[in-house]
Structures are given as C-alpha cells and as structure tokens.
Design a protein around this ligand. Structure first.
Ligand code: NAD
Length: 295
C-alpha cells in the first residue's frame, strides 16, 4: 500500500489529510503549526521531523501550502529526498510557471508529478466533498485517484501536468471577481435604501445570480461571520497569479486589475486575514453605507 506524506494542514489541508487518514492509508504529516499536526496524530498519522524525513518515507507526497514561494521551497527539499518511482502531488493554488518548473524537476529525478488544485470551500474539504482539477499523465492520474476519491466527490482530469493549475486560475477568476461584484451591487442597494431580502430574491431569480451570493454569503458575511474560510490575503494572491499568467499570455483582464486593487486596499486597511466575503464590509465602508445583515 502507498505511504502518504501530507504537508500543509491549514483550513483546507487539515480536512483533506484527515479524510485520507480515515481511509486507513499509512500517513506522515508536516506543518509549521503543531496544532493540526497533533490533530492528525490523534487520527493515527505520524508526525515528520522535517520535510526531508517526510520525503524519504513517502511513496506519494502531497503539498497543500499557501502559494508559489512555500510550494517551490518545500518541493525542492522533497524532490531531493523522494525515491525515483514515487509521486509528488501539489494541490496548492500556484502559477503555471511554478507548476511547470516542478513537473520538469520531478521528471528529471524520475518522480511522477500531479497538479491537483482544489475547488470549493474549506467546509467541503472537511466533509470530503472537494472538487479537483487534475493535470497528470494517465498513469500518474490513476495512481493519485484513490487519494482524490478519499478527499472529494468530483474529479476532473484536465490534461497533462500543468493543466490543473491553469484550469484553477480560469475557475478562480470569476469565482473571486464575483465577490467584489456582489459587494458593489449590495452596497448600491444599501445606498438606494432598498430592502435586502427583496433585492436578494430579485438577484437570485435572474442571471445576476451566482454561487457566492446564493450559497456562501448568506452563511458568512451576511450573518456577520467573517472568520476565514478563504482569506482576503489568499484571494489577493490568486488574483495576482491570474493577472501574471494572463499578462504572460497577452490576455488583458481590466476587471481583474480593478478588483485586485480593491483587495489590495482591503489588505492595506488590515483586513487580509478576514474571509473574502468580508469584501462586502470593506466596500460598504468605502461607500459610507451600513453593511447589510440577514436576520
Ligand atoms: P492556510 O493558510 O489555512 O493553510 C496553509 C498551511 O500551510 C498552514 O497550516 C501553515 O502553517 C502551513 N505552512 C505554511 N508554510 C509552510 C511551510 N513552509 N512548511 C510547512 N507548512 C507550512 O491556507 P488554505 O486556506 O488551507 O489554502 C491552502 C491552498 O489551497 C492555497 O494555495 C489556497 O489558495 C488554496 N485553496 C484554498 C481554499 C479555501 O477555501 N481556503 C479553497 C481552494 C483552494
């Protein structure tokens, strides 16, 4: 049976690793924060002394880290220590350049590589209901599949290595832009003095509807819950990745530029650690209107 190593037990990774462990896979874990490591140990996982030890012990190593900087540094150490024939799966949201470099380094060392960034939210990851966008050869995809099935319900094999990361950026562009769009629409509604419930009924009954407004916001910011979830800092990072990648492909994204700077302003005001639905509160402060709340 495969020996799994999992690095990055944050809002997403902790639930994902727990669901793999619950399927009885042998597992070693590592995170800079000892708290989630202790939680995984309670489920029977072993704590790795460091990244190198995890690399040596794992036939499949998984990374679920904040962004390109952490993934590149961690994967460089992993790939020094993983045996030829093992498999590295990066599930973090990073840029295509980082993913392509990892795939090339892994191939040169005889290690398989899968990029499998994650769709949906931390609550889905906890319940084992994530969606995955997978870039992999057919053989590496088949090897990763039992783990993906332990963590999620929906698996899309998007193409060869690098296609998962690229699909994730395409997906996160509207997913994140809609957050700022919702904030502007509801602050305008507040500025007009409209009834919140009626406005929501109207928007949900037309093509103005979207998943953030329909599914996430009523349980988060509109209930006054702005604990992350998915932090404004990470949304800002994803928008920056999207813009960099789009620039490289000479595709202009003017709304992304405007929205990224709205996220930049939110961070400058000290809101980076809040859930990204809190863009509504930031926008309402800019507009000088009261942030709306559901009863
Ligand atoms: P997070 O900040 O909650 O978790 C990151 C974890 O990595 C933390 O536990 C941190 O201690 C650990 N870490 C950081 N640097 C490390 C290092 N060098 N070595 C070991 N551990 C380290 O982030 P998250 O919300 O779990 O997101 C992880 C990735 O998944 C990001 O790329 C994010 O963009 C993506 N993502 C997040 C969501 C979401 O809803 N939160 C959804 C889909 C994808």
């Amino acid at each position: 049976m495969e020996k799994i190593g999992f690095i990055g037990l944050g809002n997403m990774g902790r639930g994902m690793a727990s669901n793999i462990r619950r399927k009885q896979f042998a597992m070693m874990v590592y995170d800079l924060n000892p708290k989630p490591v202790a939680a995984l140990m309670e489920l029977g996982a072993e704590a790795a002394a460091d990244v190198a030890a995890l690399g040596r012990a794992s036939s499949i190593a998984i990374t679920m880290l904040p962004g390109p900087k952490e993934v590149s540094a961690t994967a460089a150490t992993l790939l020094e220590h993983m045996a030829p024939g093992s498999l590295l799966i990066d599930m973090s949201t990073v840029d295509p350049e980082t993913t392509d470099a990892l795939a090339a380094t892994a191939a040169a060392k005889g290690v398989g590589f899968v990029d499998a960034p994650v769709g949906r939210l931390a609550a889905h990851a906890d319940r084992g209901e994530s969606l995955f966008m997978v870039g992999a050869s057919d053989a590496d995809f088949a090897r990763a599949k039992p783990l993906l099935e332990a963590m999620g319900t929906t698996i899309h094999h998007c193409g060869g290595p690098g296609s998962g990361t690229r699909t994730k950026l395409v997906n996160n562009y509207p997913a994140i832009i809609l957050c700022q769009l919702n904030a502007e629409a509801l602050s305008l509604s507040q500025g007009f003095g409209l009834n919140l419930e009626t406005t929501l009924e109207v928007l949900h009954g037309t093509t103005a509807t979207n998943g953030q407004l329909k599914v996430n916001w009523p349980n988060k910011v509109l209930k006054g819950d702005i604990a992350p979830g998915f932090a404004i800092d990470l949304a800002h990072k994803d928008l920056s990745l999207i813009m960099q990648a789009a620039n490289a492909a000479r595709v202009p994204l003017p709304v992304a530029a405007a929205a990224r700077e709205a996220f930049s302003a939110a961070r400058a005001q000290g809101n980076g650690a809040l859930d990204f639905s809190a863009m509504l509160d930031v926008q309402c402060r800019v507009a000088g209107v009261k942030p709306p709340r559901l009863a």
